[in-house]
Design a protein around this ligand. Structure first.
Ligand code: FAD
Length: 380
């Protein structure tokens, strides 16, 4: 099969529409969202109406039925507009709607997936706990079955969409004797009795993203809200590979934003009688940025292509995620340098890009964990 580096006409049109939407509907909300650390929830139904929340879901659920690459184009464009907002959208689609689509019953799809694609309800994934992040098998949350209901106890932390989500997919042990394989997933409604606390977490970057600690005390979950079946966590988590690819696409978009700003600035700012872009030290930096971004983008697109074509994409997804995370941190740091003092001030968005970039190597599996996955796939 020949390699084709061109977008289809449909993908190109999609990119143009997304860019227009991002620049006209989302960008004006960013400053306020960042300042008040509040996600602009009102964009969700609009995103739903435009089909952006259902890009790769089948039409029978209200999706658009396109591929992972098109979803990456969307994530990239959102990352270019604002990383925090992009993260919340990705947590909703890739971390919450995808598991419901892949493993949900017809009833669960009707209740959570269809309105999720419409942007009428928002989802979150609650896996991380105060004492367990990378080592997911060490979570302490438990769900005990009694009289046709499960009772969930535990604390989840760093949960994206945590305070605003209408449902959270929560991982908890249903059988503590089976380390790792005894973990199950539950769809927990935000108004479930015993869902006692939603505490907002303040962060270095991604300030427009909604991040929270969630507390469950004998939280009542109807039996029909079990996702996959008891012990189904491990199998389900493999599907979250897709979220890693879109996360990487978001990092590419953020890199692109930092690069574009630095490039523009370098052509306007003068020092020693000429534009700073004319200094080789600056132009080489910008050239290097362009190269690094392009390598990250190509890795993302390749991983997306493999994923969409049902090929094994574990190594490539981790490579894309790892590399895009390294690139975005480097590019954002260098963008600050190109702006000099103005890069450090809050007048321009570059300081925000710099703060936002750091997260790329932490969420959706840290960079250390991506190295482990890649090494394992190399047979080491
Ligand atoms: C803004 C934000 C949003 C988030 N959103 C969500 C969400 O929506 N849902 C959710 O469930 N979680 C979420 N998380 C949590 C995130 O997934 C975890 O922070 C991440 O998995 C790392 O876990 P940890 O923070 O507990 O770090 P730890 O696992 O304690 O790791 C600490 C350090 O040790 C390293 N390390 C750990 N194990 C190894 C190893 N075996 N070999 C080498 N190094 C290792 C790590 O790479 C890291 O550098 C979010 C986090 C943040 C900051």
């Amino acid at each position: 099969m020949p390699i084709d580096f061109e977008f289809t006409e449909e993908q190109q049109m999609f990119r143009d529409t997304i860019r227009d939407f991002g620049e006209n509907e989302i960008a004006p909300l960013v400053e306020d969202a960042e300042k008040n650390e509040k996600f602009p929830r009102e964009i969700f139904p609009k995103l739903g109406e435009m089909g952006f929340l259902g890009i790769s879901f089948p039409e029978e659920y209200g999706g658009v039925g396109l591929d992972k690459l098109t979803e990456c184009i969307f994530a990239e464009e959102m990352g270019r507009i604002n990383a925090g907002i992009a993260m919340c959208i990705n947590a909703h689609t890739s971390l919450s709607c995808v598991p419901v689509h892949k493993f949900g019953t017809d009833e669960q799809k009707k209740k959570y997936l269809i309105p999720g694609i419409e942007g009428k309800v928002i989802g979150a994934l609650g896996l991380t706990e105060p004492d367990a992040g990378s080592d997911a098998r060490s979570i302490r949350a438990t769900a005990t079955k009694k009289d046709g209901r499960y009772y969930l106890n535990g604390t989840k932390t760093w949960i994206t969409n945590g305070t605003m989500a209408d449902f959270v997919i929560v991982a908890a042990y249903t059988d503590k004797s089976k380390k790792g394989t005894g973990i199950s997933l539950f769809i927990v409604d935000s108004d479930a009795p015993g869902f006692t606390e939603k505490n907002k977490i303040h962060k270095l970057g991604h300030r427009s993203a909604d991040t929270a600690e969630l507390v469950f005390e004998n939280c009542e979950i109807p039996e029909e809200n079990l996702l996959v079946g008891e012990g189904g966590f491990n199998g389900a988590m493999d599907t979250l590979l897709g979220a890693r690819i879109t996360h990487a696409a978001k990092s590419v978009g953020l890199s692109q934003a930092a690069f574009e700003f630095a490039l523009r600035y370098s052509k306007e700012r003068e020092a020693f009688g000429k534009h700073i872009s004319k200094f080789q030290a600056i132009s080489f930096k910008l050239a290097e940025m362009a190269v690094k971004i392009e390598t990250a983008r190509l890795l993302v697109y390749k991983a997306a292509w493999l994923y969409s074509n049902d090929r094994k994409a574990l190594k490539e997804a981790s490579m894309a995620k790892l590399h895009a995370a390294e690139v975005v941190q480097w590019v954002a740091t260098e963008a600050v340098q190109v702006l000099g003092g103005y890069g450090y001030g809050v007048e321009f968005p570059v300081e925000r890009y710099y703060r936002d970039a750091k997260l790329a190597s932490i969420t959706e599996g840290t960079s250390e964990i991506q190295h482990i996955v890649i090494a394992r796939e190399l047979g080491i």
